[in-house]
Design a protein around this ligand. Sequence first.
Ligand SMILES: [Zn+2]
Length: 99
Amino acid sequence: MFRADLERYAAYLGREDAGDITVLARYEFHGTHAGWHTHAACGDEHAIVPGRTSTPQHFRIPAKDKRHRKAVFRVTDQNAAEIATRAFRLARGIGSFRM
Ligand SMILES: [Zn+2]
């Protein structure tokens, strides 16, 4: 999802588990925070609670107080899906992609 007027963007990389989704990572931009960042689940993937977008296994990369290489919001209807595809290094045509 994204809101150009608020400079907000969030893309989720998840795995379907028995009718629920386990969020492995989210790629985000918040107009009020510094730059693009990822919240990635680290450690045992089976310890991640399905159905939640944020768990104790998710860590912010880079950390809030660290330098962000990309700090400009340039999301449009035309490139929103491509940004997620690149962030998660997905090959086109693999899996499902929902906006
Ligand atoms: Zn965030």
